[in-house]
Every structure is written in structure tokens, then in C-alpha cells.
Design a protein around this ligand. Structure first.
Ligand code: GLY
Ligand code: MN
Ligand code: MN
Length: 446
């Protein structure tokens, strides 16, 4: 894949600072691979290339089949110049020396020279299997998140958790384009005939800004299917359409935004009742967030707000604290309140829970907590999503075990009156600041 070199070189200093900070935390040389594009059935037809986010964080550019070696804050780039024949298919491609200058590399070599420079090196396993095999072959060991590789992963997490100025500038751009996509989606839903039409309008905005989608878009009248990736349903006047669509900048930074709209432009009274509960959970959470606050408590605040709203509607009955302690809210809000956001839409989830969970904390297996992706004390510079929801998931609500466990607190006849609400979610991207929060997606209405 060809790469466009940025003309604004100010970010080179940010990259250098990141590398210097890593040098303070790592005694071993660090080698990071960018990866390769996967093929679609035959080699010349490739899926779009996405560089490893750890590589991107320190190298800054989405170079395919490139490797960086970091030692004592110095950067060495290993990358093969494109063969002359490549320009026929890909146009003129930048050469290694130009790239090295743009990203501030101290030295640069062809890829084959990496073999002599791997002694004592540590790395992070990449996702694509061909590159992963190269990592193991070159380092002459199996690569996994253990030993000194684990120490490296922890060091990188500590850097990537709180975003620097360059990252925040990119994240703002990703957020703004997602806002525009959702504004277009909200208008399109009034005249579109299918989910696919609304998706095309929203993704069209993202593409028109020379960005890509940061994950597979969810644009569905079946919002109760949490990661629904079907777009064939027609839109009926009484339907709700849930749109979870985010943008990714060319340098790899993501946004993640959800809105739920009435296809007719107007909620039914029952849809409005539930929408207001989800919005109250969203607003309550954001109002409480600031450095020092536990994200888990924010999740529990959303759970309590949703439980309270459902009690007020007569769908649920009981004491709020007990309902949340019994995970009764999770019948309708089964996922976590959100996650880290950065170069990955679930930032650093390639490392399992290492980024999401503070050292010494482990994921609960409780029904109401097991999908909580983030359990850390909030700090200035973190970007997180806040995404409460209400869903009527048949697999949960028709499960005899759940029905039995929660029979005393659910009024099933009352719940049946809300059958025109399959799924509602509201999701925004919230930057923790020194004084509280800044919602990067605040320009989008509810
Ligand atoms: N778009 C996926 C998520 O909200 O986590
Ligand atoms: Mn999300
Ligand atoms: Mn989302």
C-alpha cells in the first residue's frame, strides 16, 4: 500500500518525546512490526492495510511491512524501498530515506538487516499471523505477553493511557467527522427505506473526509443485537434505528459514537420513556467524571440510573441498591458503560485487560460486571466512551434461568407494553481533563 507523507512535520517532535519516554521505561531494545495487509482469496486483492497501533504510536505513519527498533530513545527504521515495477500499480511511493526523515528516524536500513540486530529485543505480538511468524523467527523464540515482553506491554500501556497533544488533535478530528456522519444519518433516516441506505449516507461522510470507519458500522432497527452487522431491514414508521458509527483518521485515531433515532422523526410515548432513562444515565455519568473518580463507579451509576428509571415506569420493583447488587439492571443493560478510546476503538484490547484494568484488578464474573472493559481511576488525558443502553434481548429475557432468578422484581406484563423498544444506546467520547471532562462529540444533539 502506498503512504502519503504529511507536510506538517510538527508531529515529529511528539513522536520523539514518546520514544524518549519509552526509553526511560525499557532497558531492552524494543522492536515493533507494522504488519501486512491480508489477502482476499488471492494475493493481488488485499483488504485495506491497518498498521499495528503500537507501531503507529511510535512511528507515526501507517507503513506496510515496516519495522522500527528503539533503543535509548533512538529510532532505527527497517523498510524496503519499493521496486521500480511497483509504481505501475501503486504510483510513486516514498523511499526509506524520505520516510526516515519525516518520522525522525536516526538510521534506516533494508528489512533484511534487522536479523543482525535482535539480541535481547522485546516486542508486542501483532495480530496478522504471517508477521507474527516473522517475529518469532527473527527473535528465535515464541512471542507472547510474558516475561520482558509483558514488561514492555505494561510500559506502552502507561504511555498510551493518557493522550498527548498530538493524539488529542487527531482524536478531535475523528470525533468531528463522526458527528457530521451522525448529523447526516439523522436527516437520512426520515426518507431512507432501508438500514443500508442510512449506513451508506453515514459512511459516505466519513469517506468524503478521507477517513475510514474505525469499526464495522452498526445501523440497525434491531439494536438489541449488540454488534449487529446486517443492514437489510426496511425501515418502518414505528421503528427505532440505532446507529453506532465512528471515524478513523489517516494516522489511525478513532471515534466511537451511537445515536438512536425514531424512523418517523417522533418517538412513541413508550420509546420516549425509555430514551429519557438512557439519556439520564448518560448525563449523570458524564456529570460525575473527573480525575480521581473510579470508572467502575460510573458504570454502577449508570446501572442505578437505569434501575431507578425502570422502577419509576413500573417495569422493575424493589430497592435500588439491592436491584443493582443483584444485577437486575443487567437484564436490560448487559454491557459495560464504555471503554478506552485512542488508536484502537477499544484501545489496546489486543493486550487483553492489561490496559482496561488497573494492575491488581481482575474482571468480575458477575452478570452485571463481566462486560465492563475498563476498571481504572480516571486521569487527565484519558479518553473514554460513555454508552449506556436499554435492550430487550430475547436470549436474556426468555432465558428460564434469568426469568426465575428475577421473577420477583420484574413486572412482565408491564414490560410487554414497551415492546416497540428493542434497543436504545447513546454513546459519546469523553476526554478527562484537569478540571473535569470535555465531550469531544458534544456538537451532536440527542
Ligand atoms: N462500537 C463498538 C462499541 O461501542 O464498543
Ligand atoms: Mn464504544
Ligand atoms: Mn460504539
Amino acid at each position: 500500500m502506498n503512504v502519503i507523507l504529511p507536510t506538517d512535520l510538527s508531529y515529529c517532535n511528539s513522536l520523539r518525546q514518546r520514544r524518549e519516554k519509552l526509553a526511560e521505561k525499557s532497558d531492552n531494545p524494543v522492536i515493533l512490526w507494522s504488519g501486512k495487509a491480508a489477502s482476499r482469496n488471492f494475493p493481488a486483492n488485499q483488504y485495506p492495510f491497518r498498521a499495528s497501533s503500537h507501531f503507529l504510536y511510535f512511528a507515526g505513519l501507517p507503513l506496510e511491512n515496516a519495522v522500527i527498533r528503539l533503543e535509548a530513545g533512538k529510532l532505527e527504521l527497517f523498510y524496503d524501498n519499493p521496486p521500480a515495477s511497483a509504481s505501475l500499480w501503486h504510483g510513486d511511493m516514498p523511499h526509506r530515506a524520505e520516510i526516515a526523515e519525516v518520522i525522525g528516524a536516526d538510521r534506516h536500513y533494508p528489512l533484511e538487516e534487522l536479523a543482525g540486530k535482535t539480541t535481547d529485543a522485546v516486542t508486542i505480538p501483532v495480530q496478522d499471523v504471517i508477521t507474527y511468524q516473522q517475529q518469532c523467527d527473527l527473535l528465535q523464540r515464541s512471542v507472547s505477553l510474558t516475561g520482558k515482553d509483558l514488561n514492555l506491554a505494561q510500559a506502552i500501556v502507561s504511555l498510551r493511557l493518557c493522550h498527548d497533544e498530538m493524539a488529542v488533535a487527531e482524536l478531535r478530528k475523528a470525533a468531528q467527522v463522526a458527528v457530521k456522519a451522525h448529523q447526516a444519518g439523522r436527516n437520512a433516516v426520515l426518507s431512507a427505506k432501508t438500514e443500508a441506505e442510512v449506513r451508506s449516507v453515514m459512511e459516505g461522510v466519513i469517506i468524503a473526509h478521507n477517513m475510514t470507519c474505525s469499526y464495522n458500522s452498526i445501523v440497525t432497527t434491531h439494536g438489541e443485537v449488540l454488534h449487529n452487522e446486517q443492514y437489510h431491514h426496511s425501515l418502518q414508521p414505528g421503528d427505532l434505528l440505532l446507529a453506532d458509527v465512528g471515524a478513523e483518521t489517516p494516522l489511525g485515531y478513532a471515534s466511537d459514537v451511537t445515536r438512536t433515532w425514531a424512523v418517523s422523526g417522533q418517538f412513541s410515548p413508550t420509546q420516549k420513556d425509555i430514551y429519557d432513562i438512557v439519556l439520564a444515565a448518560h448525563d449523570n455519568c458524564i456529570a460525575k467524571m473527573q480525575p480521581g473518580v473510579e470508572y467502575r463507579d460510573i458504570h454502577l451509576l449508570a446501572a442505578t440510573t437505569i434501575a431507578e428509571g425502570l422502577v419509576n415506569l413500573g417495569i422493575v420493583q424493589g430497592n435500588l441498591e439491592e436491584l443493582v447488587a443483584r444485577d437486575a439492571h443487567a437484564l436490560f443493560f448487559p454491557h459495560g458503560i464504555g471503554h478506552l478510546l485512542g488508536l484502537d476503538v477499544h484501545d489496546m484490547e489486543d493486550l487483553g485487560d492489561m490496559a482496561g484494568y488497573e494492575s491488581g484488578r481482575v474482571r468480575s464474573d458477575r452478570f452485571g460486571l463481566k462486560y465492563l472493559r475498563l476498571d481504572r481511576t480516571l486521569r487527565s488525558g484519558m479518553l473514554v466512551t460513555i454508552e449506556p443502553g436499554f435492550y430487550q434481548v430475547p436470549g436474556i429475557l426468555n432465558n428460564p434461568e434469568f426469568r426465575n432468578t428475577y421473577n420477583d422484581v420484574i413486572n412482565w406484563e408491564r414490560l410487554a407494553m414497551f415492546s416497540d423498544v428493542r434497543g436504545i444506546r447513546i454513546e459519546d467520547d469523553v476526554l478527562i481533563t484537569d478540571s473535569g471532562t470535555e465531550v469531544l462529540t458534544a456538537d451532536l444533539s440527542y
